[in-house]
Design a protein around this ligand. Sequence first.
Ligand SMILES: Cc1cc2nc3c(=O)[nH]c(=O)nc-3n(C[C@H](O)[C@H](O)[C@H](O)COP(=O)(O)O)c2cc1C
Length: 306
Amino acid sequence: MADLRVNICGVELKNPIIPASGTFGFGREFDEIYDISCLGAVATKGLTLKPRAGNPTPRIAESRGVILNAVGLQNPGVEHFIEHDLAWLRAKTKVIANVAGATLSDYEAICARLDGLVDFIELNISCPNVKCGGMAFGIRPQDVKEVTHVSKRALRKTPLIVKLSPNVESIAMNAQAAEAGGADCISLINTLTGLAVDIERRRPVLANNTGGVSGAGIKPIAVRMVYEASRAVGIPVIGMGGITCAEDALEFMMAGAAAVQVGTQNFTDALACAKIAEGLGAWCDAHGVERVSELTGTLKMNREGA
Ligand SMILES: Cc1cc2nc3c(=O)[nH]c(=O)nc-3n(C[C@H](O)[C@H](O)[C@H](O)COP(=O)(O)O)c2cc1C
């Protein structure tokens, strides 16, 4: 059997398959269907300092090959997570706490609160904030660097993953900005901004008007961005965006990802992550790959500069 272990920032995962933030809750509902200890790690729903009710409904819209969501970071707040879910989840597998805030001090405070309690902190920097005039921290490289720096300053023990938005001018520059700010790892991509129209009502389907696009249809964009980002930095990269099967996960790994996250596919098939982890092992065995980690970054382009 192939060795599926991967080491990210000194933390060993039993395999590189991780459910993506916002698509797996805190793991409890999925653990009723299968034992989630078979997963490399779990990325939690985005946590904020205080509980949030999220956006008005409808906040999910289906489209061909993708969905749009504008959930608006509904979550029970970091204290509830620490009290009710953390110990249970850590007994199952490694925990990536996905966190968000509206100000730099929110990010600093939530990182300080979780330092040493979780295996990784993943910064969601795609939320609108006051300082950037309603723009997300994740758009301009100087903002990416600053939010990373402030968050990293609050951490003594837990490695910091910065999750990059694809709605940017240059993913390579933003990856470098995260690294310069002190990120230990980057993950990408978060959702692409989209709009779905209800043609009978001539109105947006989502109450929020726009939403984040995710699912199978975004995969080629995500693979390209993972390739570009991983070439631009020296820190590990976690890839995601549209993964539905082991072969998709392999594309991301070859493009430069040390591990991958699976999001929207969890809604289509609750067993998706478990099946992908198993499929990865089977593919490695069939292809004589002894260690899955050997595959990271092995993609060779047909022509340079393309
Ligand atoms: C319903 C929903 C909620 C999400 N919530 C979060 C979140 O709280 N924090 C975050 O960083 N990403 C969130 N995401 C983005 C996913 O983690 C992931 O980056 C994106 O969906 C692309 O992966 P996929 O195509 O496999 O779903 C959410 C995605 C969906 C579909």
